[in-house]
Design a binder for this molecule. Structure first.
Ligand code: URA
Length: 224
């Protein structure tokens, strides 16, 4: 939130400079109370993400990738960051790893993609698909937290180590905790491998299949 506050203050100063001011105390401009709260409404939140310039990644994006799916979803899938196809289309998991994720959701979990919610730790594509820096991830995290607060999923499936790292507090290793149930706040986290890891390491698909079975079991318990 400190970054958001600083960015809003900077914006005010730029506006004043455009108006011809050389010096100003920010105090008089507090009249128009700045809200540091993120909106509780998904459409408003999406607008904020689309207009966000809080980190370097916003400089390189074609589109911010907010996330998509059902606002009633019981399961949320969280990936790392948009890739090239996602950046072009403004939608999460629509490239090669998205195809695999769709298969996992539809063929193994027996769910439709539109019944779940899919998003990422960071909403803009890192250049060359690099791992988001801690600064980028932590700056973007309040958006994800708000998405979770609005949707209230019962199960969050973290895809890969980056989603696991930023959604849990302890330093957990994906190879050790994948498929396990991590109770946190009002939801249960089940970590599994990232689809792009599975594309590079097809032998890990067997373990991912086991994880999906745990997810399905929990989902059936929750919804029955
Ligand atoms: N990889 C991710 O982590 N997220 C996407 O949206 C696409 C690829």
């Amino acid at each position: 939130m400190k970054n958001l506050y600083n960015a809003l203050q900077l914006k005010q100063l730029y506006t004043l400079r455009l108006l011809g001011y050389n010096y100003s105390s920010l105090a008089p401009y507090k009249e128009e109370e700045i809200s540091l709260q993120l909106p509780q409404n998904m459409q408003e939140l999406k607008k904020q993400v689309n207009n966000c310039h809080l980190c370097e990644l916003s400089k390189y994006r074609k589109n911010a990738v907010f996330g998509e799916g059902s606002l009633e979803a019981k399961i949320m899938f969280v990936g790392e960051a948009p890739g090239e196809t996602e950046d072009s289309l403004g939608r999460p998991f629509v490239g090669k790893s998205g195809e695999l994720l769709n298969t996992m959701i539809e063929n193994v979990l027996g769910l439709k993609r539109e019944d779940i919610y899919i998003t990422n730790i960071v909403k803009c594509r890192p250049p060359k698909n690099a791992e988001p820096t801690p600064e980028e991830a932590n700056t973007c995290l309040p958006f994800l937290k708000k998405q979770i607060e609005i949707i209230k999923p019962k199960i969050i499936v973290t895809l890969g180590s980056v989603a696991l790292k930023y959604l849990t507090t302890n330093e957990l290793q994906i190879s050790k905790v994948r498929g396990s149930i991590i109770k946190q706040d009002d939801f249960t986290i089940i970590p599994t491998f990232h689809p792009s890891y599975l594309l590079r390491n097809p032998s890990a698909k067997k373990e991912a299949f086991e994880d999906l079975k745990s997810i399905k079991k929990l989902y059936n318990e929750i919804t029955s």
